[in-house]
Design a protein around this ligand. Structure first.
Ligand code: SF4
Length: 227
């Protein structure tokens, strides 16, 4: 037997929902605010931050970009990858790591048991430096607060810095990537492991073994922290 609550029958879920909406309308309620879960709150705040980034003219890179490249992936990702800056393909498509290096990163992510959509991928800079030159200190200084906010919203369990520029920016060090890679550092309470940038790995086959060891450490740390 169906139970009646405030004039609404508890039959099939869809019938129930329709009946409930009719009931709300009958008492003068035309609009129901959707429930705010932590997931959609983070998604909304990330979307709003992406809007701010799209309008940003805080450094000269805005003059040469086709578009900003904010980030991609799950707003509740347990693993976050941070690279240096968009390249030509990313500038055209508006998504980080979509060129040859991006395809390698996707394979690296899959090799540790995840899909690209399950992690989050972003860069320190949100606009492409011309001719893919290195980011300048004043550009990093102008842009870094966007990345910090992204990390605060996503709350990853573990971060992987891809390449020297990401590692140096996040860890505030001048050490080389060869010295930094493969070890965990503390990034405002989040374990962070630097490894080689996929673009470097495309040129340096012999470094792939070390990168694989770093990725295994990243995977193990994630599982340790995720219970
Ligand atoms: S790189 Fe960052 S700070 Fe510079 S214009 Fe783009 S979004 Fe703004």
């Amino acid at each position: 037997m169906n139970k009646k609550v405030d004039g609404v029958s508890s039959g099939e879920p869809r019938d129930n929902a329709l009946a409930y909406l009719q009931y709300l309308k009958s008492i003068g309620i035309e609009y129901v605010e959707p429930a705010q879960t932590p997931d959609n709150a983070a998604t909304n705040e990330l979307a709003s931050l992406a809007g701010e980034v799209a309008e940003c003219k805080s450094c000269t890179l805005h003059k040469t970009r086709i578009q900003t490249v904010f980030g991609t992936g799950s707003p509740r990702a347990g693993i976050m990858f941070v690279g240096e800056a968009p390249g030509a393909d990313e500038d055209k498509q508006g998504e980080p790591f979509v060129g040859r290096a991006g395809k390698l990163l996707t394979k690296m992510i899959q090799a540790i048991g995840f899909e690209r959509e399950e992690v989050y991928i972003a860069n320190v800079l949100k606009c492409r430096p011309p001719q893919n030159r290195d980011p300048r200190p004043e550009e990093v200084a102008a842009c870094e607060h966007f990345l910090v906010r992204q990390i605060q919203l996503i709350q990853p369990l573990v971060i992987c810095a891809l390449g020297a520029h990401a590692a140096k920016t996040l860890l505030k060090t001048d050490d080389t990537i060869g010295k930094l890679r493969g070890r965990f550092f503390d990034y405002h309470g989040v374990p962070l492991i630097p490894t080689y940038h996929p673009a470097f790995l495309l040129r340096s086959q012999q470094s792939k073994k070390a990168a694989w060891e770093d990725l295994q450490k990243l995977r193990d740390k994630y599982h340790e922290l995720n219970g």
